[in-house]
Design a protein around this ligand. Sequence first.
Ligand SMILES: Cc1cc2nc3c(=O)[nH]c(=O)nc-3n(C[C@H](O)[C@H](O)[C@H](O)COP(=O)(O)OP(=O)(O)OC[C@H]3O[C@@H](n4cnc5c(N)ncnc54)[C@H](O)[C@@H]3O)c2cc1C
Length: 403
Amino acid sequence: MLDAVIIGSGGAGLSAAIELGNYTDNFLLITRCALGQSNTMMAKGGIQIAVGANDSLRKHFNDSLAGGNYKNDEKLLHLMISKSRGILKWLNELGMDFDKMDDSYDLRSCTGISEKRVLSRGAETGSAIMKVLLDRIKRSPVNISINTSLEGIKKKKEYFLLKTCRNGRDGLIETKNVILCCGGRSNDFARQHKMGTTNQPCTSSGFYHSLRVLNLAMRDANSFQLHPACISLKGPLLGTPVPETLLSLGGMFYNKTGKKIADARSKRDILSKQLLKIIRNNMGIKEGLAYKSVYLDLRNVFVQNSVDSLKSFSNFLNKLSRSGVDPRTDLIPVAPMVHYQNGGIAVNSRCETSVPGIYAAGEITGGIHGTNRLMGNSLLDILVFGNIAGRACGKSITKRRIK
Ligand SMILES: Cc1cc2nc3c(=O)[nH]c(=O)nc-3n(C[C@H](O)[C@H](O)[C@H](O)COP(=O)(O)OP(=O)(O)OC[C@H]3O[C@@H](n4cnc5c(N)ncnc54)[C@H](O)[C@@H]3O)c2cc1C
């Protein structure tokens, strides 16, 4: 019988595994596709940590609360932000560097924040974080089963029976604890509503329904976030969100007749609603695109900012140019697409769910971000709460052993 099974190998799952490894090696991490294949790997913009000279944990808290429409679980939000500087230290110890300018962090902005607070690594922050987590995991004796999907969970008297599917073959695993780090279900939501999504195909899966059998308490379960500006060109860039750190430098949305619709620096939820309304009123564009869209104009950004200060976006901008749209001279067709699950499984400050023995961390949980997450707060959330879940589960295993 295993002490625990961690489900998912995004940032939350790997952080939980690193921490749980300090208490037991009798656990397994299962993940649906390849190790590390996740939304975390795709995160581009960065992570919010208040390290700027004029910034404070209080300002970060207040911004996040306003961003979340004051629907956040304040205790969890407070916990996340109080641990943020410790997470930066932890990442540094694991070998992670963020972009710097003259020896201090090159802090960026995004919508809804009162100080520059986003730490990034080029426009590939998620994959850089994943690299150091994966390096650490590979140096530890964590048992991992890839291409293994959780299909269902049954509660037995003293343990849980997990139904799994590995390379098409069904399996059963007995475990005393489960840590759910399976990310959000934006793919399912997008399919249901015939919308585009920014999410990795390997996230979201039907297992969510089987969780309902356990009657896990939920919080804002049906609150999803749309990213307002996702590339709608057919081809490899389809669904790629325009980095919010770039949008925060300016930019304007236009309808098909060239009428100004909105400033790109508005709040994600408000902006998405505005753009969808235009599209639904047939004032968007469609020809040659995967979804009905609007135009994003970033041309002014290139006039007002030096080439050097836009260096970290060069990868994204070059890919866009290769797709036939040069943002320096052209309007970019974009549409709001399903991006993030705001709500989810309710947890307490030890990441315990309403069913003893089941823990959850990362995008699968609800409460921390209210009904509208700020950019950069999810990468923080998954690392903070991934660690907490691994530690809480580890401590409960040790306690039971001592008894
Ligand atoms: C394109 C994009 C850009 C983003 N940019 C940013 C950003 O700049 N800053 C920021 O803070 N946030 C950003 N986000 C959001 C953030 O990346 C995610 O919310 C976060 O990484 C989720 O982490 P997670 O560990 O909870 O889940 P994921 O990273 O999604 O990992 C979930 C894991 O669970 C596995 N899994 C799922 N179902 C099962 C199952 N049934 N059985 C077994 N395994 C399963 C998946 O395969 C995956 O390995 C972005 C998201 C996207 C999609």
